[in-house]
Each structure stands twice: as C-alpha cells, then as structure tokens.
Design a protein around this ligand. Sequence first.
Ligand code: BES
Ligand code: ZN
Length: 658
Amino acid sequence: MAERFLQCLLKTSKPSDKSLVKINWLSYRSKYFIFLQIFVLLKMAQSLSPNDPSSFSRPDLATTLHLHLSLSVNFERETITGVVNLKGKKNVPDVKEMILDIKGLTIFYIYDKVTGADLKYVIGETVADIGTKLSINIENCLESFELVIGYETSPKSSGLQWLNPKQTSGKKHPFMFSQGQPTEMRSIIPCQDTPGIKVPYSADVRVPKELTALMSALRVGNHIDLPDGNRLYLFNQPVPMPTYLIAIAVGALESRRVGPRSEVWAEKEIVDKAAYEFAEAEQMLKTAESICGAYVWGIYDMLVLPPSFPYGGMENPCLTFITPTLLVGDRSLVDVIAHEISHSWTGNLVTNGNFENFWLNEGFTTFVERKIIGKMQGSRMRDLQTLVGYVELRDTITQMGDDSPLTKLVPDLKGLHPDEAFSRVPYEKGSLFLRYLEQCVGGEDKFEEFLKHYIKIFSYKSINTDDFKNLFLEYFPSKEIHEKIDWQTWLYSPGMPPKVPDLDASLMNKINSLTNQWIAFNNSNEITSITEKDISKYSTIEVLQFLNQLLEKEPLSMKTLNTLNELYKFDSNNNFETKLRWLRLCLRGGDFTKLKAALNFVNSQGRMKYLNPIYRELYKNETTRKEAIDNFYQHKDEMMLVAAKTVARIMHLSSNTL
Ligand code: BES
Ligand code: ZN
C-alpha cells in the first residue's frame, strides 16, 4: 500500500511542459526523496511491536524474567560499561529470536550462560529517536535461558546526564544521573524496553571511591572498597517493575533521615535544606496508604539532583528523583512529593501497558495526589487544585488546538515519540475524568473503595484503558451509572472533556474577584482599593492561580505590571513557580527589561516545565526571538537531551546538531 501511495504521489508531480522540466525535475527529485523517506519510515514502523508503538521488543514471544546489571561508571569517557545477565523464557516453543531495544549502545558479545554457547545477533534497523532493534538468535537456547550481554553506552546516551564538577553545588566532583521514562532505558542497558512487562532487578555498580551510587532499589550491605581505587555498591529490587523505572545516580552525596522509611539524599551543600523541605513525606505516605493500600517498596528515599534535572520529580521506586527548584524553604511546592508518592501505586504497581495509556499512570496519580491534599488540607483545597488543573487543561488545549489528536486522553502514538505527545492532557483530563466518575458513582467513599479494588486487582500488572473500563463496569453494574458516562468522548475525542464535575469554587471565586479588580484597573487606569493585604493571606497555590488568571487575559499594561510589583513584590519572589508566571506576564505585557531575568531563569535550571513556556514566550515576540535562539545555542549542552530537543522544537530549530 505504501508503494502505491508513493507511485500515486510521484505521478501527479511529473513535469508535463518541457520548458519547466528543469525546475520541476528539481522539485520532483526532492519530492521523491521526501516520499522515499516516508516509505522507509512506514516500512520500519512495521517491525515495531504490535502492543507497543515505541518498542521493537516482542515479550509475547520471549520474555525477560530478571535482570542483573554489572556496571562500571567511567567519568573520563562519560560512559557506562556493563554486563547484563538477562534471565528469559520462551513463550512460543520454536521462537527463533529474542528482540531487545538498544539506542547508541556498542554490543561487545552475547552468550548463553546455560549452555555456554556464543549467540549470533543482528543489529537491525533504527527508527529515529525510538532506537535500534537488536535480534538475538535463541534457537538453540533452552526454554528457560540466561543471556550474558557485554556492552558500553555512548557518551551521548539520551538517558544519561553527565555533569562536570562546575555544574554541581560542591564544585569538586562530577555527577551523573539517568532518566529512563519514557523510552530511554534502552540507551543505558539493552532490554525489552516496554512497560508492557515487569521484571525484578539486581545490580553491582563500580564508581570512583569518593562518590556514592544510588539506584531505584534497596541498598544491599555496605559499599566495598576495591583494590583498583573504585568502590562497589550492591542493589536489589525484588518487586517486578517496568524498565523505565530502573534508575541510577552517582555523585558526592550525603543523606539525612526524615522518617522511619525515608532519607533525603543530596550534595552536602543543600542536604539540610532538602531534609527540611521534604520532612512531611512520612505523613503523606501514611495518607496514601489509607487511600491505596500497603506500601510495598520498603523504603521511600528522595534524591535531590543538580538543577539540570528535566522534571519536577520522577517516581523511581525506593528513590524519587527531585528537582532542586522545589527547595523554596517554606514547603510550598511539596505537592510534587505527594504526586511521586502516589505513583508508588498508580504507575509503579499498576502500570500503563504502553505510553498511549499514559493517563493510567499520570491521570490516576494526579487524582490520588489531590486526594492526599484533600485529606491533609481539606476538601476545599482539593477542589481548588482540581479547578487550577482544569484551567491548565483549557490553556493546553487552546495552545495545541482543540481538534489536535494529541488532546485525546488515549492518543495514537504510531510513528510518534512519546515525548512529542507529552502535555498536561493525560494528567488533567485523566484526573478530571476520574473525578467525574467519582461523582457518577455517588461520591468519594464509594469511588475510593473501587480505587483500592482496582489497585489490588492490577498490582504487579501492566494494563490498558479497556482493562480499567471493564473492571469499572463490573464493579458498578448499575445501568443508571452506565448511561451517564460518555466513554467514547472522554477517552477518544480531542478537545475539552464533555462534562465538568461539580466542584467547590469558593476559593476560586475569591481569586476571581481579585483578578477582576486588576483587570478593571488595567482597563481604566484608575486607582482602586487594591492593597498588598489582598494576597498576604493567600497560600502559594492561590497566588499562582491569581497569576494564571491574569495570564489568561489580554496582556497587561506596563503601569499595571509596575503596580502589581509595587504591591506584591513579585520581582523579588524566589519561588520558581511564581517567577515563571510573573516573567511570562511581564514579557507578554512588553516589559523587555525582564529579558535578562528571563534568560537567567532558564539558564539557572533545566526543568522543562520552566524552560518551555519562557522560550515559547521569547520566541513568539520578534524583539526577543534572536536572543532566545542565541541563548539556547550557548546553553544547550548543559541541558539534558530531552529538554534540548523540546526547546529546539518550540523554536523550530533543527535537532540534528543537538
Ligand atoms: N513520571 C513523571 C515525569 C515524566 C513524565 C518523566 C513523562 C518522563 C516522561 C512525574 O511523575 C511527573 O509527572 N512529574 C511532574 C510533577 C507533577 C507534580 C506533575 C513534573 O515533572 O513536573
Ligand atoms: Zn507523574
């Protein structure tokens, strides 16, 4: 079909008039190459897994049962050299090959530990960003087998970030960390890199002796000093989990105990501040357990990374990774911890089968996160957070276009990297859907019972949206409930959801009225009765929502911006969330004296949530576009690849040179 499509397109572009032959021939040729590329891409996509459009692996034919990783971390070469012992099982007796995902890895050897035989392997096709297919001949292996694979990562591994001492707080030692989600584990270890299967893992890791290695696993015993000057760390993760949750970090780290199952890890310069900021973790864990059931991962440690970490938090089991931008000193941004803690059930125990079903991870987790907030701070706060999320969803969908297929709760990711589909949609549309279902079945208590049941039934499994839907329908067989719910539109239609759940808007209304006063001021330039007292009692989330509302309106005048700053001192506010919104408001209002502050803001950290909107704002305006592009080229090497690629996409720059 692809060939016919190609022929057809070529036919229509053939030159008919001789005088135009030269010009047309050129365009004919370039068109030919474009179509050839499309054809090749289509062909390649055919060998991706039928169950996971982002992986080559076929666990339905032969599956991984356990991984042991033996890793040496080389800071000079910026590589990891490793040996993976992969215990596997044939699911089909005459299966000839086991397919693994790799990305930029050099494979040295593969042999079968059971029989001792060297195994033939083929490094097959590569799909841009997705990676390369590694087919290993297992014809002569027994039904249960163990592959031993020697390999090395590339210094450009997309899942690893290597930092020189200057890029750390202590300035003396280098740092390295990984980010496996969604599909980058294959750039760190050869594996069946699909969340459709789960495996336990163990590891031994060699690092320079002055550094500490941590993984998303339990630490086994004390480290061992080796005669070669390296230090050996041992880990074990007995709970089966998707490969994207394997994680490693190496640096000059210290820890402080903050709870019976929690330590906070960070460089010594910031570890005490971090311990203060995240001291509420145990209370959140207990609240989460009351909602979701027992915590199965043993420990819940937190690791604060250097500023280039591209996310707010990452739910690596036993060891949540956290951005240092949360260290405000007033615990005002710890809802990120509530979010990552919630993933211990939704995401890490019940896992999306592929990234088209990402809302099962993030929508459920956002929903549980807000239930925790509700239990700890009251239901008005839960509702305010949900309404704030609703506004964010509306902004996201306006920006993406309300007919964009990527605004569907369950998008089609064939031919698309999950990072390109990433947005607030799975988080906010997903959690809003669950909130809506909660109301359909008669309230929070009834739905919480179902949530516990859902987690119990699907723990240790990978599931898709239909598994959730079928369980829901089985648990709530009432016809009356069914008739209310428009599953098709919620799950598979683009744009805003068909219904908004009823929410307590009292806190929101208070903020609305302040926003309206400021808009009236902006429109009339008249002195009003606004005073600094207006927000002195606001919580951080309320201040942020006030700024969000102003961002939804027409750009503010310089006078309004100055008055806002005089009263509320936004210029000197060091909370990253406040700063993000304040800078956007100023740039939008044409206050280009803020350009330097905006560039400092993006250069001081690498969290995509903060980079993307500021770069988008700077790019949008011709006055600041060139500075934004120049600044990006100067600083791109300090960013993790995923962040650099996303910013390049926002500013329509080629990602080939990244
Ligand atoms: N699992 C995500 C981070 C992620 C998403 C990594 C997609 C790779 C691909 C994490 O749980 C998350 O959602 N983090 C949020 C914080 C949260 C409070 C919304 C973030 O990074 O901002
Ligand atoms: Zn999350």
